[in-house]
Write a protein that binds this ligand. Structure first.
Ligand code: HMG
Ligand code: MG
Length: 300
């Protein structure tokens, strides 16, 4: 295992990717506590919310209120911004880490952003330029990197084209999303190698796996072996995407951390505090966490 990295970054997306998909409305105070508890559990990055149209994602319509409750702590947390209106809202509150989110496929670009693949880049261009000029860094997501519920398997070259396009706009990190969780470990290696061949180094890449087919942890291991050092995950395995119904929860942060610690890879995360947080959140949501590690440690 000596060729694995000594430490990696776990990029927590539960408050955003997790809660954007919950039918129940979670009170803003509970969301703020969720973010605080995740930070206190040692997660180095906690994506807090999205400045999207409140009609498109009503679950996150309280973005301003949430950041208000979090104060200085909140300004340090990344937020999603699809367009200039979203960026204006985030910058007004002093946010310093923003993320745009594009699609590798035409159907999902239309359904999620009301834009074509090419129009999404036009929409993001001023967002990235103005965010960088304001001193913010800009993560760029690419969704449907492996398969798409409407278009089927997604060719690797198509994903690389969109990803490189986002980096050319000036994005500082690319997160490769398996939005509907259909990817498998060999495909992960193939996609990462194709990015490397296009001149994109592993340190610019993050991976974002959903666990629909139970492959998320195996896929994370494949990415770790490849050389990726940033892993998106969601506390307790919350998650999904309201515009891709076949998307289920993200890779559970606890499952990822259990594997990484077992491999001797440092994360800085206190697993006990994280499990307690996911159990507390499951209480608010009224259903148990799907994470196997949360279930196993809760039974201890
Ligand atoms: P649109 O309808 O094309 O918007 O939606 P528009 O640009 O035509 O503007 C229409 C009106 O909306 C205008 O108001 C704008 O001001 C307003 P009017 O002049 O008519 O009064 N508006 C806004 N208001 C507040 N905040 C904004 C905003 N933008 C416009 N930011 C839009 C385009 C991008 C806004 C819409 O499609 C949208 O909000 N989409 C968000 C969808 C979303 O959040 N999906 C989930 C996140 S992606 C994901 O989960 C995948 C990921 O996890 C990775 C993976 O798993 O693959 C990241
Ligand atoms: Mg996602």
């Amino acid at each position: 295992m000596s060729d694995l990295p000594r430490a990696v970054t776990v990029y927590e997306v539960g408050p955003r990717d997790g809660l954007q998909n919950e039918k129940a409305l979670v009170p803003t105070e509970v969301k703020a506590d969720f973010c605080r508890r995740l930070l206190a559990a040692g997660l180095p990055v906690v994506e807090a919310t999205s400045f999207v149209h409140p009609r498109w994602v009503p679950q996150l319509a309280d973005a301003e209120e949430l950041l208000g409750l979090l104060g200085d702590e909140g300004r340090a947390l990344p937020v999603l911004v699809p367009n200039e209106r979203g960026l204006d809202r985030a910058l007004e509150l002093g946010c310093r880490h923003v993320a745009v989110f594009g699609s590798a496929t035409e159907t999902f670009a239309q359904r999620n952003l009301n834009r074509s693949v090419s129009e999404q880049l036009t929409m993001f261009e001023p967002v990235v330029r103005r965010a960088l000029a304001a001193g913010a860094d800009v993560r760029a997501y690419v969704s449907m990197c492996f398969g798409d519920p409407w278009e089927g398997a997604v060719p690797v070259e198509q994903v690389v084209r969109v990803g490189v396009g986002l980096l050319e706009l000036g994005a500082t990190q690319l997160s490769l999303g398996d939005t509907i969780g259909v990817g498998t470990a060999g495909h992960v290696g193939e996609l990462l190698t194709a990015f490397n061949d296009a001149g994109v180094a592993d340190d610019l890449l993050a991976v974002h796996f959903h666990d629909t087919y139970g492959q998320a942890l195996a896929n994370a291991y494949a990415a770790l072996q490849h050389g990726v050092t940033t892993f998106d995950a969601s506390a307790g395995g919350l998650g999904g995407c309201p515009y891709a119904e076949s998307a289920t929860g993200n890779l559970a942060t606890e499952d990822l951390v259990w594997m990484l610690h077992g491999l001797g890879v440092e994360t800085g995360v206190d697993l006990g505090a994280l499990v307690a947080t996911s159990r507390w959140m499951a209480g608010h949501l009224g259903r148990p966490s799907p994470s196997r590690v949360v279930q196993a440690l809760a039974a201890d």
